[in-house]
Design a protein around this ligand. Structure first.
Ligand code: PLP
Length: 442
């Protein structure tokens, strides 16, 4: 059955959804016009929708499902935990075990506190940095996604009308973002050492932290340069501001996280996605000194952090099972498969004769419908203009009808149940999609 089909069960569910959700959906990433595709079941790297159509899952809930769907070890851990208890107000051994699985994977990961999502982790890291330094401002790279906390959303999607001419300026994401909030946001251009340093130095006395993602997808999926990392380390030394390393996505690149891969030495690291094995999770980890702001053993912490579902037992159990499998061998194999996939996809673009490029690191893959160099958010923004974003979405829709799920933003990622056969399928589907784009354009 091809998508869309007005007689499908997904179309019928979409009609029901429109009566209860604004815009017909409760998560923007699953909303698709004319109706979302509804899942029935998933196993390994394959998902079957409610109309019985099976597709290979190349988005894995936006990088969460590193070990595929319903991995037996994770299912077993969740079921046996659910049979004993689901949520209560006592500490559990599994929270210690998951912490032990994560701490020590990189020198900075000395202590950890769990949260329910990556958004919450970033929020607590920002508040923690403020408590550490007594300063209000947060610097972040223009266009980079760090979840839904207001400060982290500053300048998430600026455009040439509002992003400022010579240097980035803070722009609100949601309509109604208070101007006062934006006064505490400092925006720097990703991987531009000289301009970032100049901007950071101007705010040095009032900056609590610089929040970075070492491989931000919205800056082209290219890694932070060694010179940029050196600049961040040097700025920390001179200013006393902390470095917050957001590894909610890119932790999957190395068994010691992206910081190990690229030599970044943060004070605080935010985690999520893969560390929960498919259950909701987030975490702030960091040096013993920085993490001491959350210590409430002697009364109110400098930065209180808690919540009804913090370290919820089901997430802890799934996370332990997931992190036990998060080994060098597993990650090395998946990263090598990612390299193969990128090569095969570049070949598909060459054969189809379509303008575009493939970027990404390890098991993360990004599609762009432009050959222009992608250095930062502004370059990626320009690469999406002149109908290219529309072509990217058309490719995504074509892939849906060739048995492949990616994201309409041009992102894909791999999971461990995949082999070369799945990569072949992806490359064939992309070639077919590019050819149909060409036919439509002719
Ligand atoms: C880099 C990064 N940080 C933070 C988040 C927020 O995580 P969550 O969706 O679990 O709130 C995301 C989510 O995709 C992310 O990609």
């Amino acid at each position: 059955m091809a998508y869309p089909d007005p007689d499908s069960r997904s179309a019928a569910l979409g009609a029901r959804a429109r009566a209860v959700f604004p815009g017909g959906g409760t998560r923007s990433l699953t909303q698709l016009a004319p109706y979302p595709i509804y899942a029935r079941e998933a196993e390994g790297c394959r998902v079957t929708d409610v109309d019985g159509v099976e597709r290979i899952d190349f988005i894995n809930n936006y990088t969460v499902q590193l070990f595929g769907h319903s991995h037996p070890a994770i299912v077993e851990a969740v079921v046996s935990q659910a049979e004993r208890f689901m949520s209560l107000t006592l500490a559990t051994e599994s929270e210690i075990e998951l912490a032990e699985q994560i701490c020590g994977r990189a020198p900075s990961l000395q202590r950890i506190r769990f949260t329910n999502t990556g958004t919450e982790a970033v929020m607590h890291a920002i508040k923690g940095a403020r408590a550490c330094t007594g300063r209000p401002k947060i610097a972040k790279c223009e266009g980079v996604y760090h979840g839904a906390y207001d400060y982290a959303e500053a300048s998430l999607d600026p455009d040439p009308q509002n992003w400022g001419t010579d240097r980035p300026r803070p722009v609100g994401y949601a309509k109604g973002t208070p101007a006062g909030l934006l006064q505490d946001a400092v925006i720097i251009p990703f991987n531009d050492v000289a301009q970032s340093r100049e901007i950071l130095d101007r705010h040095a006395d009032s900056l609590a932290a610089v929040l970075v993602d070492p491989v931000p997808s919205r800056c082209g999926g290219l890694p932070m340069s060694p010179a940029y990392i050196e600049m961040l380390h040097d700025f920390r030394r001179s200013s006393g501001a902390l470095i917050i390393d957001d590894e909610v996505v890119c932790f999957r690149l190395h068994e010691g996280g992206a910081q190990t891969l690229y030599g970044l030495e943060p004070d605080l690291t935010t985690l999520g996605k893969v560390i929960g094995g498919g259950m909701p999770i987030g975490a702030v980890a960091g040096t013993e000194e920085a993490m001491s702001v959350y210590d409430s053993s002697a009364g109110k912490a400098a930065c209180p952090q808690s919540g009804t579902f913090t370290a919820n037992p089901l997430s802890m159990a799934a996370g332990v099972a997931s992190m036990r499998m998060f080994t060098k061998d597993a990650i090395d194999r998946l990263n090598a498969l990612g390299e193969t996939a990128r090569e095969r996809l570049r070949e598909a673009f060459r054969i189809a004769g379509v303008e575009g490029q493939i970027t990404g690191e390890g098991s993360l893959i990004l599609f762009h419908m432009s050959d222009e160099p992608l250095a930062d958010y502004r370059a990626v923004y320009r690469a999406g203009t002149e109908g290219r974003a529309r072509r990217l979405e058309a490719l995504f829709r074509s892939l849906l009808n060739h048995g492949v799920i990616t994201s309409f933003t041009g992102m894909a990622c791999l999971s461990t149940p995949m082999e070369e056969a799945e990569i072949d399928h992806l490359a064939d589907a992309v070639l077919a999609g590019l050819r149909s784009l060409e036919r439509e354009a002719a």
